[in-house]
Each structure stands twice: as structure tokens, then as C-alpha cells.
Write a protein that binds this ligand. Structure first.
Ligand code: FE2
Length: 332
């Protein structure tokens, strides 16, 4: 084994948890528990914590004004790999701080490191999650987690090359494929990066040519994946019945072949709930380039032209004033 393989990070990192900040805890409680069917593990006036598997905390909503994802936790499956990641960060002058015990407890992990990632989003690294063997009380029977992590995030950026380089240089991310699609008079290019067997853990979207980022939130959507098709359709029906805005109805992506729908969260960004995304076979995989984001479906629920434009751009309506804002990158 050569030294690069010995210190390889690919396959050793997966999405561990998401932290949202919102003043709408009551809405979030109903949305995640009754809509998407997650297990409510604990609640207080300042915080909600949800499980989808043995991890004590996968989805945390804490009281605060951001109405956005404010941190994403990444589980590093070996101590040696964490040391390698930290050394890569240090070599690039990217500051890392230790989270204290109280913070670790709110994340449901034994210890964590924190850094400012692309777009200024806080990324947190941990090796050991606190787990529970208490039965899950969920409306969905099960979520796909394991070595591939709890799902993926998708973000829009004005600096797609730098964002992709960050994930590639620090986490050995591999390009699974790209999709380019005309959208609202521009071309949107999306790069799908995998950190492990999951087809992508990070999707990076950018407008071609003039770089604009009209999305208000750091994250355009968070994806989670149910294990059974029946749970996907049941969650879709529940979200509709409860009156949540279906940003995109059920459809299928051409690259990971995941069947999914997108629902707008109480904070304005979206959650994609999916089923049956493929896992990448490293020996046989060849990156492709697709010319449409969906094979079929994924239509906005409401189809007035103005609404369609806004839905196509996620929560763009509140973000237009930010379209040209400067964007932080941890690497030059
Ligand atoms: Fe997605």
C-alpha cells in the first residue's frame, strides 16, 4: 500500500447530523415528527432532537434566528483518518477548534472539532456518536444510514471550483457525475461529490457564466433516505395532508436513480426525502454528465409561472438581494 492509500480519507467519512436554528420549534416539531415521521428523542423550549436510527441525535433544531442549517456533523470512522484530516486542514491554515463537552452533548457525540467550511457553514468532525437501543417511535419504518451516513446536503455557490476542491483536498471526495440544466434563463451546473458508497454526500450547484447565488440559506436542501418505498409515499401524503409546500413532487434523478420529493421546511430551505438511491461500485464507476436534473417528475406542486420560477430556485424569493454577496472560502 502506498502512502497516499495508507492515509486515504475516502470511504471513512459520512454525514452524521444536521443542526438547524429556528424560532419555529413548534412548526419544526410537527414537520419532522408528523410529516417526515422522525423519532422525537427530546424536546425543551430551546431545542428539539430527533433520531432516525441508533444515533441519539441526527437532526437537531435549536432556538435562534438563522432559519437555516447552522452546522453539519461529519462522522470520521477512524481516529487515524481524523488525524489525517486535521493535518490537511492545518497545512492549509484552516483553523480548527475543539467543541466543549456541553456542545458535544447537544450533538449527541463524545467529542467534536469545528471549522468554518465553504460559504462559512460550520462543519463539525466527530468519531463516536452516542447511541441508544431504545425502540424508535417513527411513522417511517426505517431510514438508510450506516456507512453512507444519514443523507446528503446540496448547496448553491458562487465559487463551485473552490467548494469542490475543498471537499476533494480535505475529504478525498470523488466526482460521481454532473448535471447541467437550463433554469430560469441561465444554466445550472451541479457536481455530485461522494465521500463513501453513497452516490453523493455533497451536491454543489452553480450558475454558469455570471455566478449568482440567490438562495438565502446556506443549504438548499438536506436529503434523507427511507428504506421502504411505502414510507416514501406515506410521508409524501402526510406532508401534503398537513399542508406543507411540496417544492417538487415525487420524481426520479437520472444519476443516483433515487425516487424522491422535496418539501419546504418551516425555515424555508428544503428537505428531499428519497428512496432507493444506488450505491457506487468503485471498481466499475465512470462519471457521466447528464442534461436534466430529473428523469421524470419533480414538478412543483403549484404551477403558476411565477411560483415555478421561485420554486426552481428554492427559496430564492427572499434571497435575491444576496445574489452577488461575497462568499467565504476556506481555501484560496
Ligand atoms: Fe438531493
Amino acid at each position: 500500500m502506498d502512502s497516499s492509500a495508507a492515509h486515504g480519507v475516502f470511504g471513512q467519512v459520512s454525514m452524521g447530523y444536521v443542526v438547524v436554528e429556528s424560532e419555529r420549534l413548534g412548526d419544526w416539531r410537527r414537520f419532522l415528527k408528523q410529516g417526515l415521521g422522525l423519532h422525537l428523542e427530546s424536546e425543551s423550549p430551546s431545542e428539539l432532537a430527533f433520531r432516525i436510527d441508533a444515533h441519539c441525535r441526527r437532526f437537531v433544531v435549536k432556538r435562534g434566528p438563522a432559519e437555516d442549517v447552522v452546522a453539519v456533523g461529519w462522522q470520521v470512522h477512524r481516529e487515524g483518518t481524523l488525524a489525517e484530516i486535521l493535518s490537511r486542514l492545518q497545512a492549509r491554515g484552516i483553523a480548527v477548534e475543539d467543541g466543549d463537552e456541553a456542545l458535544a452533548a447537544t450533538r449527541g457525540v463524545r467529542a467534536l472539532k469545528r471549522l468554518k467550511g465553504p460559504k462559512g457553514l460550520t462543519l463539525e468532525l466527530f468519531t463516536d456518536a452516542l447511541t441508544s437501543d431504545a425502540p424508535l417511535r417513527m411513522l417511517s419504518r426505517g431510514f438508510v444510514t450506516g456507512d453512507g451516513g444519514m443523507g446528503h446536503i446540496a448547496l448553491t455557490t458562487r465559487l463551485p471550483t473552490k467548494v469542490c476542491r475543498f471537499w476533494q483536498e480535505i475529504f478525498d471526495a470523488r466526482l460521481s457525475d454532473r448535471i447541467s440544466q437550463p433554469m430560469s434563463g441561465t444554466m445550472l451546473d451541479v457536481s455530485f461529490l461522494r465521500l463513501n458508497e453513497r452516490h453523493h454526500s455533497v451536491a454543489v450547484a452553480a450558475t454558469r457564466g455570471l455566478r449568482v447565488d440567490p438562495i438565502r440559506t446556506q443549504i438548499q436542501h438536506v436529503n434523507m433516505q427511507v428504506a421502504d418505498r411505502a414510507d416514501l409515499s406515506a410521508a409524501y401524503a402526510r406532508c401534503r395532508d398537513l399542508g406543507y409546500e411540496i417544492a417538487h413532487e415525487i420524481g426520479q434523478h437520472p444519476n443516483d436513480l433515487e425516487l424522491s420529493f422535496y418539501v419546504t421546511t418551516p425555515s424555508g430551505f428544503e428537505i428531499e426525502l428519497g428512496w432507493d438511491a444506488l450505491c457506487v461500485d468503485e471498481a466499475a464507476w465512470t462519471p457521466a454528465w447528464y442534461d436534466a436534473i430529473s428523469l421524470w417528475g419533480h414538478r412543483p406542486q403549484k404551477v403558476s409561472p411565477l411560483r415555478q420560477l421561485l420554486l426552481n430556485l428554492g427559496n430564492a424569493g427572499r434571497g435575491l438581494r444576496h445574489a452577488f454577496r461575497p462568499e467565504y472560502s476556506p481555501i484560496p
